[in-house]
Design a protein around this ligand. Structure first.
Ligand code: GFB
Length: 310
């Protein structure tokens, strides 16, 4: 990838897309193309096709998606499957038609079976039943991987897929109903600290294990893969840093300085019991993450909630 390559980042206002843009700019890539969703509705095939024919990007990071935490995935099942299938199909097909040199499709660790052998290797895909709360989203993402592979096989397109673990970082969603656990807990503990609330409610029983990665590490890995990975097998991107939801809550409580108690509400689902990815294929290529979970949480907490305090 040349420094003056024309690079389209789909989803540049989201947490992942914005991190990829920051990373590209910091590395001197200065020909980045973006469109807001009001300028270009990626669910509309003709609009997407017209955009690609007009702009003819060389490289595409496909980070546009309908995303959310366990509750959003479960509650908005129709939207999650429809929007993701439409966005990715339109972008991948138009990228092929307009002669994009290389496309990178971003998926998620929820593509793997609920009870996959841990740590989860790439070849666990489609070896068992999915976690029901996010099955529509997972099936859309699996279709995206397959579409990249099918276009590679039939048309010789260099389309790759990467599967990040659970992410957090700048531009995350802090809405308590639709967000992922990490931003939700930062907000809950911060607000409980300010209001001196007696307890913070944590969904589920606290036992599920999750692997978290700062989105700046992900963006670094995405650029690394765009430069050096050209194979059909999707690539896991994880931090290898695993923690239970209970311990995550206690860690965030400590960072925020909240003194009340934690209450687990088991009327909410736990979701997948564990999803630690095996990222050895990536690390053996020479990439590794650099932001620890504790440092990352401190940074996002400061940036989101403490920078406004004068
Ligand atoms: O981050 P999260 O929503 O997504 O939830 P998943 C992780 C775990 O944290 C679950 C618990 O066991 C939740 O029950 N949890 C505890 C909470 N308190 C909270 C809270 O206040 N908010 C939230 N959101 N969770 C998603 C998938 O799964 O992960 C997506 O649904 C995607 O498809 C994404 O793959 C990365 O890790 O369970």
């Amino acid at each position: 990838m040349q420094k003056d390559s024309k690079i389209y980042v789909a989803g540049h206002r989201g947490m992942v897309g914005s991190a990829i843009c920051r990373k590209l700019k910091s590395e001197g890539y200065d020909h980045i193309i973006t469109r807001t969703s009001s300028e270009l509705d990626l669910t509309q095939q003709e609009s997407v096709s017209g955009f690609f024919q007009q702009e003819k990007p060389d490289y595409v990071f496909l980070a546009a998606a309908k995303v959310g935490g366990i509750h959003a995935n479960n509650a908005y099942r129709g939207e999650f499957i429809y929007k993701n299938l439409m966005i990715q199909s339109n972008v991948i097909h138009s990228a092929y038609e307009s002669g994009v040199k290389k496309l990178q499709f971003l998926g998620s660790s929820c593509i793997y079976p609920k009870f996959a052998e841990q740590p989860i290797r790439e070849d666990s895909l489609l070896s068992g039943k999915l976690e029901p709360t996010n099955q529509p989203y997972a099936i859309a993402k699996i279709a995206g991987i397959e579409m990249c592979n099918a276009y590679r096989a039939q048309y010789g397109s260099n389309f790759i897929s990467v599967m990040p673990t659970n992410l957090y970082g700048p531009n995350d969603n802090y809405d308590l109903k639709t967000s992922h656990v990490l931003p939700a807990l930062i907000r809950k503990f911060h607000e409980a600290m300010i209001t001196e609330a007696e307890e913070v409610i944590v969904w589920g029983d606290g036992s599920p294990l999750r692997e978290f990665m700062h989105v700046d590490d992900l963006a670094d890995a995405c650029l690394f893969a765009m430069k050096s990975y050209n194979e059909p097998t999707h690539l896991n991107i994880g931090s290898n840093e695993e923690i239970s939801i209970g311990d995550l809550a206690r860690l965030i409580k400590e960072i925020v300085g909240y003194k009340g108690r934690i209450t687990f509400d088991t009327s909410y689902p736990n979701g997948t019991p564990r999803k630690l990815m095996d990222s050895q294929r990536l690390t053996k290529m020479g990439w590794k993450p650099s932001i620890s979970l504790t440092d990352g949480i401190k940074e996002v907490y400061k940036e989101k909630f403490l920078s406004q305090v004068v």
